[in-house]
Design a protein around this ligand. Structure first.
Ligand code: SF4
Length: 409
């Protein structure tokens, strides 16, 4: 049974905008964003990174536009990019205008850094005429000083007020093709700010915990903030801000949406048991090897690596494909049914071969082609393991006897 729909709050409906070919808001799929770390003026290096980000799951990529050479680079990047490009603008109004001239599909303006109303309205009018959306990208670390002072800090209310003031400037020139972010490095502040933004605006919201830091802590902070809001139905697009290769950001965004059932699985979902005293193999090593070998296939399947044959196939019966270790052999299973028994050192290769066959022939055909003796062989392995380790490793019968004895009086 698919419980996704009832597990998450209904998605809050926002007005829809289009960042090039990618719709954001309304009923559009929640999109994943990331940002290049190359010099935008270095067109080839930037394009190479954009392709890597798109391959890892990014729907939209942002590049900094901080100097004329960057804007000129954008003019060459935009037509060759596989995904829409957003130019990131701080401080210089002329860079926003140059990025629009370069043909970008979106702008991000930081209201804390680009402060003159007449300049903000100039950019908004130009974006309006070109049909290019703008993200009002408020950031707690660079909040407008007047607002900071008025609210006594970068509070959730202050972040939302900054967005509201910027939006009012845009509306003065008849421009509302806008998405909004109110990011903070504090997860609690960010959650509160987005909740408030969600009840204040009907524009699409771009989620993120800013400056979340290196892995794995950055990933945890980003997930804590973004997933909490998504579960409440808040958010239309997202970016993890990690101090890491941006490919990790795109991958994390994609995987989070797939894990929550908000996007269809595009690639491998490798599940593995945490291992325990019953494990017959180094689960971490086999899982890592399987992850590396299977990820290259780019197949949308769920694969399980389980440490023992006693519990493994049953616990992972929902997986498309899996392997469980036992007595120097691996039990290959499809949707919980044993289809083949292979030597331990061929476990990973067996998974790869079978994954390719499932992709080519389908699950039903591969189940029909199973080795008919495999289930009996597997049952014998399980029986041997239970004999060797004992079905009752805790000596429960003696312990119960002892408990009864002690509690008799
Ligand atoms: S599958 Fe086996 S080895 Fe892995 S955690 Fe479960 S009982 Fe332990």
């Amino acid at each position: 049974m698919d419980v996704t729909a009832s597990a998450l709050s209904p998605r809050r409906i926002t007005r829809q905008i289009a960042v090039g070919s990618v719709k954001v808001g309304g009923d559009a799929p929640i999109s994943v964003q990331s940002m290049t770390t190359t010099k935008t003026a270095n067109v080839d290096a930037t394009l190479e990174q954009i392709y890597a980000l798109a391959g890892a799951g990014a729907d939209i990529v942002r590049c900094t536009c901080n100097e004329r050479a960057a804007a000129e680079g954008l003019a060459q990047i935009v037509p060759r990019s596989p995904v829409p490009i957003v130019a990131d603008i701080h401080f210089h109004v002329e860079m926003a205008l140059a990025a629009l001239e370069a043909g970008v599909q979106g702008l991000r303006l930081n209201p804390g850094n680009l402060r003159k109303p007449q300049e903000i309205k100039l950019v908004a009018a130009e974006a309006r005429d070109r049909g290019v959306p703008i993200r009002i990208g408020v950031n707690a670390g660079s909040l407008h000083p007047d607002i900071y002072e008025r609210f006594g800090g970068a509070t959730p209310e202050a972040l939302v007020e900054s967005a509201r003031i910027e939006l009012a400037y845009f509306e003065e020139v008849g421009f509302s093709d806008v998405k909004i972010s109110v990011k903070a490095s504090s997860v609690a502040t960010m959650i509160a700010a987005y909740r408030l933004a969600s009840s204040t605006f009907d524009h699409p919201l771009h989620l993120g915990v800013t400056e979340a830091g290196p892995l794995p802590g950055g990933l945890l902070k980003g997930t804590a903030g973004i997933a909490t809001l998504l579960a409440e139905g808040i958010g239309d697009t997202l970016r993890y801000s990690l101090t890491a290769d941006p490919v990790e950001e795109a991958r994390a965004g994609r995987q989070l949406l797939e894990a929550l059932g908000l996007r269809e699985r595009k690639g491998l979902d490798l599940i593995a048991c945490p291992s325990c005293g019953r494990a017959e193999v180094d689960v971490i090593k086999v899982a890592n090897e399987a992850q590396a070998a299977l990820a290259e296939l780019k197949l949308p399947i769920q694969v399980a690596v389980m440490g023992c044959v006693v519990n493994g196939p049953g616990e992972a019966r929902h997986a498309d494909l899996g392997i469980a270790a036992g007595k120097k052999r691996g039990h290959l299973f499809i949707q919980g049914q044993i289809v083949r028994v292979v030597p331990e050192d061929e476990m990973v290769q067996a998974l790869v071969d079978e994954a390719k066959k499932i992709a080519a022939e389908g699950v039903a055909a591969r189940l029909a082609a199973r080795d008919l003796g495999a289930e009996a062989e597997a049952a014998a392995d399980r029986a041997l393991l239970l004999d060797a380790k004992g079905a009752d490793a805790n000596h429960a019968a003696q312990r119960i006897e002892q408990i009864r004895h002690r509690t008799q009086s």
